[in-house]
Design a protein around this ligand. Structure first.
Ligand code: ZN
Length: 141
């Protein structure tokens, strides 16, 4: 006959219940630690908004991967895409401004040329024409 966990000769129901609860508590602590690690993985993913960090992401088969981890990664990807779009826009801004200038000058020049009757200032028109050409050249650079 087996001895009870309390050391006495007979198995007691209350001692069996204590053993069952202790096992359940140990399992719950294991699950808690696992969830804390999955949560920490989300934090790491949230901070990892560089190409170098992205290649170090964990896969779905990793025990610390979760749907929330996937959501954080997707959000970080969107942030990185937006940063990239912003950088491209900033880079193209001088060209866009130059193009707008060139278009505006061309319109003014064409209008002035069309309205020129007799004493219009040819030198001014030519200057504006040159300005438009130089703005176009700057845009191409
Ligand atoms: Zn006992």
């Amino acid at each position: 006959m087996s001895e009870c966990i309390c050391g006495r000769r007979l198995m007691h129901d209350c001692c069996k219940e204590i053993a069952r609860l202790e096992a359940a508590l140990a399992e719950a602590k294991k699950q808690r630690d696992h969830e804390l690690s999955r949560l920490a993985a989300c934090g790491v993913a949230a901070m990892g908004n560089t190409k170098e960090a992205v290649v170090q992401r964990i896969d779905r088969d990793n025990p610390y991967w979760s749907a929330s981890y996937g959501d954080v990664c997707a959000s970080v990807d969107r942030e990185m895409d937006l940063r990239s779009d912003l950088a491209a826009l900033k880079a193209s801004l001088p060209g866009m401004i130059a193009e707008a200038w060139a278009t505006a000058i061309q319109i003014v020049w064409e209008w002035t040329y069309q309205k020129r009757v007799g004493g219009a200032d040819i030198a001014l028109i030519e200057t504006m024409k040159e300005r438009a050409a130089s703005e176009r050249a700057r845009r191409i650079e």
